[in-house]
Design a protein around this ligand. Structure first.
Ligand code: ADP
Ligand code: MG
Length: 343
């Protein structure tokens, strides 16, 4: 008869990591979300070999004290929620308290942090290797947090084997970076890869941030849309809609956000297609950025480990708001004339 055993914590974390950490890009996404939740206005990401060798995220957010550094690496430890009611209205990007513990169980991690209000010399650094930590050490550092993740999956050969070439992994990291940077234009973002600075995005207006990422050459083909106030129910919709003549063969240039979080959502995908109904050939996909904002208690983000999916309490209201806002903008426009982005 097989014996039932309770698994050791490191193994539990490695199993949890399997759900959230698929590749370097998943680490990038989790770390920059943490920086945003810490109120950072400056986020700098450095990658080596597509993130397979090194992922470093430096921010100027609120930082952590020495005591909280150890806790940050502990599973189910979070500063973002305290009781089950909090799950009904989540105002931060993270809340599961799992990312750092998961990442630490499958990589070499170093975190250095200092709360902004403490003097430079009062920073703390902690290391962890495959989930076993060494005690925190005092050090000097600028206010904010620097997290370095080296050798992802060094202790899980089966996962390491599934990593693609550094070029491919870099592409996924770049995608995760721009998808998040797009929705947080007040933050100055920088992305370095190996010795090169790949992107430098100073704080900007939402339009300018979108254009900096999509490419300024698309400006002529994009219309800004904004739901009328007072918005549909509590739903507000803002974004840029590409004119039919810049539509693409794939949906890669569609960016959909809910409360600042990049999401995949069939309901919203359908609303976008409907907004373009009759304006596009069947095999074409519009270039479009849609940012939906609604009260946190009207959307459930606790439905998927990577939080890439959400559930709306009133999906048809959100669908209607997106469809009608984009459709009205498209139909109110002479689609044969070049658009110039209205601000
Ligand atoms: P979650 O984001 O779901 O809370 P994480 O494992 O990603 O879980 O992070 C655990 C905790 O560590 C966070 O709740 C936060 O208190 C702290 N933390 C992580 N990254 C940062 C950061 N860049 N700046 C300040 N605090 C951080
Ligand atoms: Mg997090």
């Amino acid at each position: 008869m097989p014996t039932i055993r309770k698994l050791p914590p490191v193994l539990v974390n490695q199993i949890a990591a399997g759900e959230v950490i698929e590749r370097p890009a998943s680490v990038v996404k989790e770390l920059i979300e943490n920086s945003l939740d810490a109120g950072a206005t400056r986020i700098e990401v450095t990658l080596e070999q597509g993130g397979t060798q090194l992922i470093r995220v430096h921010d100027d957010g609120h930082g952590m004290t020495g005591d909280s550094l150890t806790l940050a690496l502990t599973p189910h430890a979070t500063s973002k929620i305290t009781e089950s009611e909090d799950l009904e209205s989540i105002g931060t990007l993270g809340f599961r308290g799992e990312a750092l513990a998961s990442i630490a169980s499958v990589a070499r991690v170093r975190i250095t942090s200092r709360p902004a209000e403490q003097p430079d010399a009062d920073a703390t650094t902690i290391r962890s290797e495959g989930g076993s930590e060494s005690p925190p050490q005092p050090c000097a550092a600028p206010g904010g947090t620097t997290i370095e993740i080296r050798d992802l999956f060094f202790n899980v050969p089966a996962r390491r084997k599934f990593l693609r070439t550094p070029g491919t992994e870099y592409g996924h990291c770049h995608d995760a970076f721009v998808r998040t940077a797009m929705a947080h234009p007040h933050v100055h973002w920088t992305l370095h890869h190996n010795t090169r600075t790949a992107l430098d995005l100073p704080a900007a207006s939402r339009e300018d941030r979108c254009l900096a990422i999509l490419g300024n050459d698309l400006a002529e083909g994009l219309l800004t849309f904004d739901s009328p106030a007072p918005p549909h129910g509590d739903v507000s919709v803002w974004g840029l809609a590409g004119m039919p003549d810049i539509a693409r063969p794939t949906a890669r240039q569609q960016y959909v956000y809910v409360n600042g979080r990049p999401v995949r959502d069939r309901n919203l995908g359908h609303a976008i297609r409907e907004a373009y109904r009759g304006l596009l050939a069947n095999d074409r996909h519009p270039v479009v950025i849609v940012m939906v904002d609604l009260p946190a208690d009207k959307v459930d983000v606790n439905v998927h480990p990577t939080k890439a999916e959400v559930r709306f309490h009133e999906p048809s209201a959100v669908h209607g708001a997106v469809l009608s806002t984009i459709r009205q903008r498209l139909l109110g426009t002479d689609l044969t004339a070049p658009a110039s982005l209205e601000r």
